[in-house]
Design a binder for this molecule. Sequence first.
Ligand code: GLA
Length: 689
Amino acid sequence: MRKHAMALGGAGLMLGVSLMAVQAQDLTAAVPDAPAFAAQSQPNFVSLSDILEYKALPEYHEPAWVTSKYVDAGTLPPVAERLPKEPLVYKTGDMPDGIGVYGDTMRHVIGGRPEGWNYIGGQSQGWGGIDIGLSECLTRTGPLFEVKADELEPMPNLAKSWEWSEDGHELTMHLIEGAKWSDGAPFTADDVMFYWNDNVLDQNVSPLNGATPETFGVGTTLEALDDYTIKWTFKEVRPAQYLYAMAYGTFCPGPSHILKPEHPKYSSNTYEQYKNAFPPEYMNIPVMGAWVPVEYRPDDIVVMRRNPYYWKVDEAGNQLPYLNEMHYRLSTWADRDVQAVAGSGDFSNLEQAESFVESLKRSAEDSAPARLQFGARTIGYSLDFNLSANGWGEPDERGQAVRELNRNLDFRKAISIAIDRQRLGDSLVRGPFTAIYPGGLFDGTAFYDKASTVYYPFDLAAANNLLDGIGLTDTDGNGIRNYPDGGADVEITLLANTEYGTDTNLAEGVIAMMEPLGLRVIANFQQGNARDDMQQSGQFDWHIRRQGSEMVSVVQGTANLAPTGPRTSWFHRAGTGDVLDLLPFEQELVDTVNAFIATSDNAERVDLMKKFQHTFTENVYSVGLTQYPGALIINKRFANIPAGAPIFMFNWAEDNIMRERVFVPTDKQGNYELHPETLPGAPGSDGAM
Ligand code: GLA
């Protein structure tokens, strides 16, 4: 129950309430129920074995022009020789529209910009599904949204099978045998070991999606037994949880035959040179994914053509992908929605609440070129406090003072209750979309427990009292609180991503709501890649962040739920001497998350996540702002789009819909291919051949 001074006698009394009384107040309330909002389609739940298997088929096929222009001309081996011994075979029964036909293009529009192709070396490819499509990982989790809950386990991918040792400390994985990179070079355990030894374990390298040794458990080792067998050794017993970390984005090896010669350990390059060795202009980077970049025009487009060595097929033996080409128009994220709705683009994750009403209106018409399908509330934002007081991001004196405030519970509580979440959500979009997000796990997801969620509702007067109580008062009368003993004004910078209107709108909302609290919050709005760098290196006081999959699924990105390692948390990483200065409740969070990882007993896991949620929200670890559903917008000509595909759960929709088995029926195919009847050229050569 909410009990506060207002109930005792109105606002006038508030002024007379003593500090003692304020501290004794219970500032919490039950989390308000989210407005009902039904997802528009439900997945057809299946077993993993219904989706795929690995086996040799009696015959294989490819587009006719590949045979005639390349195989017959002797520039490409026959398709059977390009495929692994046992390709990954998608089962027809799980393909909504069955076996497909070749042709056409998926025209993506994205707001990011590629830094280059060295994903494992830390470069962004511009997001929006580019890196998801280029990277194949040991396991795969995006499509798990359609797997029966009691059979939930990562899908095999580059690792086609695995077994645990009897004592549960060792996991032996069998890699797909005889698969090749898109340039024909063999994929082997060497690629896996280069990724592990020289990118994950080498602390001078920061792989793009944040893989660190602790992502796979403290003290974990990995070795190659032969070309196609690798062995993990864990301190924990049977930590099946790490199979999720072996999916996108933390265990997707790069082409070691191309990257290794540029790595400082094997060359005279610096780490910076290694990271930047494959700029966006470098074409035909070898990938294990279904399409290879063959054209790049800055601020215009990235074009990809089918990978002739792709190692997945359908049950009729047709080599995938069905789509010959992929486009990524380099525009803005808001334009992605507009173009997908208008039909000049093919795909969007409608995730910026500001665009909902317009997009819904336009796609409701029968003649609309795209389908728009809302899912559950899996998009949410938090306000993160930088909690390192020992040097992460090298703060100056002002920054250091903010870090100390960030570490004070009354301060964090004050910020949380000074935010009117209802107003903030409504400022993005009115209607049943946004819901109050107290922080931590999202409402409506498997491990969420309302009773374990501590919610501090909006209460500006109490927020002001809390700040008074910790000695922050406006001593110079300029409307901004000062640090104690005649200290400076409290000035805080707020990092946010300018690529998304939602991020900056929320940031502006927060800034405005801090004004009546007497805090000067200054916008530090940065373009996506710069924002990522500042966040990764700890150069922020506060940060507006769209939440990762750990808050939706818990099992994906689990190590990010708390500072389980020096570099696993979004807002508290190790400072000087690689030391983490954890607050006592953070240590509890770490212990809870580690216990979660170490057990596969579901009842125990449920209890541990209740504890996690309670500790997280009671201590306002970060301030939840708002959560809302997203919609998948996809052009109606595409077939094999699985029912109920969420835009974000274990991964983004670009992975969830399994683009390699998506196709366009012949009578609906458009004339969109920019490089028809061509294949990728040699690595580093100009364009398609
Ligand atoms: C960006 C977009 C998301 C999704 C991801 C995929 O973050 O905002 O909708 O496309 O990229 O990486």
